[in-house]
Design a protein around this ligand. Structure first.
Ligand code: ZN
Ligand code: ZN
Length: 390
């Protein structure tokens, strides 16, 4: 169906192998891996062709860096568009179209630009070709964070980052007049750089109103709010819990830079009603025997700080928490040669700081236990695990 896409992916896989096996090209590795993930997000030869056309037309600055690829029978980006055209002409009409987008799926910035034929910059992007307006709601800045209400309405902030916003400025007018002018409006939400959840088609569902917020210069200014609702009647899209948690960390850093007065000013406008959100999350099952064994092994003493457990639980047992040295999220196994029992304080610390010294210390503690127990089998596996991961 899309043999052109397969060809492109095989071509870049060859590039990665070549770079990995030749130290002199190592400095290009990060770049190629990034490109690989981007290309993997493209599903249709038509979109692929359009992407590579840009390299053909512009004399891009990396062309020289990658000129060596040809010596190894690998096609450089500048030649890919012509190759696809010559070899897969019937596939050039295979395109991801707006109606192929799936609500709740993530798309990259370039994909959005290519599908809607709109700019790849800005929060409100007008495309005359597809007669659409693409809205991006970024959840990575707490100062401009449009949230859904419990009734499934997103009060979307208009265009303009400094000074009072005007209804006549840029695409604010397009959005205000979208129903009258039959312009379709589509929404994407972003919690992470270059990842956009598609939220479907939206439409104005109430009166446009003004509000007051702080602009990026720190001044109080008037902003325009557009109440939007999804056309399919459903409420917000369900996003990954991890993505929301990551965006919270990013926002926290921004808030930390504000003065206490600025924060207080922000607090005044906060709606006290807590907004609930349905999220997708991955549950990693852990074995109760492993965690109990680990805690018994520690015998009430934290494996990291060496102090006694800070309190006893309701059953009178010293309270420690089991922790995986190579975490489950990183793909670590749930086994006694990867677990420790630590106090809640150390547990928080290790997850927040991820200090290499602490991690090495915990590895040593585990090894000591295994040696004491003369558990040869586990020692062997322990060596294998940490050799690979250190
Ligand atoms: Zn501790
Ligand atoms: Zn843990």
């Amino acid at each position: 169906m899309n043999n052109g896409v397969d060809f492109v992916l095989k071509n870049i896989e060859k590039t990665i192998k070549l770079i990995e096996n030749n130290e002199e090209y190592n400095y290009l590795k990060a770049k190629v891996i990034r490109e690989y993930y981007y290309l993997k997000s493209i599903k249709y030869t038509g979109n692929m062709y359009e992407y590579f056309l840009k390299f053909k037309e512009s004399n891009h600055k990396y062309a020289k860096d990658f000129a060596f690829l040809k010596d190894f029978g690998i096609l450089p980006n500048e030649e890919m568009a012509d190759y696809l055209k010559d070899n897969y002409p019937e596939e050039l009409n295979n395109f991801c179209r707006v109606e192929d987008l799936i609500v709740g799926n993530k798309y990259s910035n370039n994909e959005i630009a290519s599908i809607f034929k709109c700019s790849n910059m800005g929060g409100m992007r007008r495309s005359k070709t597809t007669n659409s307006l693409v809205l991006i709601a970024k959840h990575t800045n707490p100062l401009y964070d449009d949230q859904w209400t419990e009734d499934g309405i997103l009060n979307y902030t208009g265009m303009g980052t400094i000074g009072d916003q005007s209804i006549n400025f840029g695409q604010n007018k397009t959005l205000a007049m979208s129903a009258q002018n039959n312009i379709k409006v589509y929404l994407f939400e972003s919690y992470k750089e270059n990842e956009y959840y598609y939220c479907g088609e939206v439409a104005l569902c109430g009166n446009i109103y003004t509000d007051y917020e702080i602009d990026s210069d720190g001044n109080r200014r008037q902003v325009i709010k557009f109440p939007l609702k999804r056309v399919d009647g459903l409420s917000e899209t369900i996003v990954n819990k991890e993505d929301i948690e990551n965006s919270e960390k990013v926002k926290e850093k921004i808030v930390q830079k504000l003065s206490q007065d600025e924060i207080k000013d922000k607090i005044k406008n906060i709606n006290p009603q807590v907004i609930t959100k349905e999220v997708k999350s991955i549950y990693r099952e852990r074995n109760q025997f492993i965690s109990e064994y680990t805690k018994n092994r520690a015998n009430g003493i934290c494996d990291l700080c060496g102090k006694e457990a800070p309190f006893k639980d309701k059953n009178g047992n010293p309270y420690l928490e089991s922790h995986h040295v190579i975490t489950l999220a990183e793909g670590g196994p749930d086994v006694i040669y990867n677990t420790v029992a630590i106090c809640p304080n150390c547990h928080r610390k290790i997850h927040i700081l991820k200090d290499k010294k602490d991690i090495l210390k915990l590895q040593k503690v585990i090894l000591k236990y295994l040696l004491n127990e003369e558990d040869k089998e586990s020692i062997e596996k322990y060596n294998e695990l940490f050799e690979k991961n250190n």
